[in-house]
Design a protein around this ligand. Structure first.
Ligand SMILES: Nc1ncnc2c1ncn2[C@@H]1O[C@H](COP(=O)(O)OP(=O)(O)O)[C@@H](O)[C@H]1O
Ligand SMILES: [Mg+2]
Length: 273
């Protein structure tokens, strides 16, 4: 692989990337869901990942986060190779949410966020079993941080509600709070506004801007083009597992191949890709 030799992107991206994927390919039997994708995310960016259904967006996230071990290619974060294991990726500082919400349905909102935090706590099993002083202190800090994050996403009043009883939009925000609890440097959001009404969608956009203000980079998969183009510094379009184009929201939005990929209904629509 040519990870280290990769030329730096032009302009303000001359600095080293935060996340860097090279030649990532994911095959399922005969299907190539992601095909030889190079991808960079830089500090403090909000970047969009778009593409028609089945383009490979979620599969690519799964490759970046160790849910899948790519058939080939490498992913590195802060200059270090990422082991393709979800826990290792979380510890390294990459967090995500899921297209199909994955919360602990029978736990409260607060407990869901606390679970996210446990990857950063250090209490050993003995101290935890004995509820020793270190355990109690960490537990208190974990709870306080989780409450702070619930406030940050606007769910403080739902702290004691079971996740399954929360409205859909709130569940999405709770997933974001849980992801933030892992102290990431990069947050990957898979269709964060799916199922949201326009007001909730505006709230989600504002939340993502506030997350960036905290120093994180964010990658967003979304179908809502207005959302993507108002939110993102850069946009990448995937079609049939391949990068079709990448650039400013304006350049991607007006790219005839992108328009064709979206408007076309059959596989021929992306043939030019
Ligand atoms: N675990 C899997 N096994 C087999 N095929 C899969 C699997 N996950 C995704 N795919 C296939 O890979 C392609 C890309 O899917 P996906 O990444 O979910 O697309 P997107 O998120 O862009 O809609 C689709 O054809 C899908 O059916
Ligand atoms: Mg998807």
């Amino acid at each position: 692989m040519t990870v280290e030799q990769a030329a730096p992107a032009p302009g303000r991206h001359a600095a080293a990337g935060l996340l860097s994927a090279r030649g990532v390919t994911m095959r399922f039997g005969g299907l190539v869901a992601v095909n030889n994708v190079d991808y960079d995310v830089y500090e403090g960016e909000i970047v969009g990942l778009i593409g028609p259904n089945g383009a490979g967006k979620t599969t690519f996230f799964n490759c970046l986060t160790g849910m899948y071990k790519p058939t080939s290619g490498t992913v590195s974060f802060r200059g270090r190779p990422l082991r393709p294991r979800p826990q290792a990726v979380t510890k390294a500082g990459v967090a995500r949410t899921f297209q199909n919400i994955r919360l602990f349905a029978n736990m409260t909102a607060l407990e869901n966020v606390m679970v996210g935090r446990y990857c950063r706590t250090t209490t050993g099993p003995i101290s935890a079993i004995l509820h020793g002083p270190k355990y109690r202190r960490e537990e208190r800090e974990t709870r306080e941080r989780a409450l702070e994050l619930l406030r940050f996403v606007g769910l403080e009043r739902s702290a004691d509600h079971l996740a399954r009883n929360l409205p859909y939009g709130d569940q999405r925000r709770l997933e974001i709070a849980r992801a933030l609890a892992t102290d990431p440097g990069l947050l990957l959001l898979d269709e964060p506004t799916a199922g949201m009404n326009p007001q909730e969608t505006r709230g989600a956009m504002e939340l993502i801007f506030r997350i960036r203000e905290q120093g994180l980079a964010v990658v967003v998969i979304e179908h809502d083009m207005r959302f993507i183009f108002n939110l993102c510094d850069r946009v990448t379009c995937l079609v049939r597992g391949e990068k079709l184009c990448e650039g400013t929201p304006e350049s991607v939005q007006s790219n005839p191949r992108v328009i064709e990929a979206y408007i076309g209904t059959g596989p021929e629509a992306a043939e030019g890709a």
